[in-house]
Design a protein around this ligand. Sequence first.
Ligand code: SAM
Length: 231
Amino acid sequence: QLSPRLESVASFVHRQKKLLDVGSDHALLPLALHKRGQIDEAVAGEVNQGPFEAAVKNIDAYGAASTITARHGDGLFVLHAEEAVDVVTICGMGGELIARLLTEGKSRLSGKERLVLQPNMAAASIRRFLIDHGYELVAEDVVQEGHRFYEVLAAESGDPYKPYQDVDRDAALLLGPFLLQQKKTAFIEKWKREYQEWERVLKALEHAADDEAVLQKRDELKRKMNIVEEA
Ligand code: SAM
């Protein structure tokens, strides 16, 4: 059983031969995908010793060691130089970290793999990464789990500008071109919550000294608030 967040990620994996799950922790996602027959084999990558050991233990406990391998290492570098996978999942980290892991590990990507990415924040960094590296965003979802909202982005090699045709690029980068169209309840609730938080920060900044950094921060908040108001 997966959480709603990982369930959404799983729904974007479809049917693939080989998965790399970066930052796999207990390897819950590869184990569930394998059990459901969505993948034939997987590498569960983990940089930290504790989660890596948890992944090894869990894979053994489920008798899945012949198809899922836990590897200890940083980001995409758990893959060997010529080792190809069909889908890469990176979930439960900040968007900037996910974009950094993909950028640093670019030599391990063929460009043909599907990427399914679930940032806990700053999804816009991922949308920018995809545009800069020739990946086309093909689907998005947003789910609520407890008090938190999670965005899930799926991308494949293609025309990176396609999802941004006929939409306001700034708005679509921040909110997500597909999510903006769908306007699910979770989407509306997420951005209402963000907006209220920005209002609070803006108010606090009114009392701060007017240095360059504060002015820039205020402008950035106002820019984002305008986008959300429009949406
Ligand atoms: N992916 C799982 C999920 O979504 O439920 C676990 C998310 S957990 C919050 C983030 C995991 O990423 C941690 O287990 C952490 O050790 C791992 N991690 C962080 N930086 C990493 C890196 N550079 N390479 C591989 N794993 C990393």
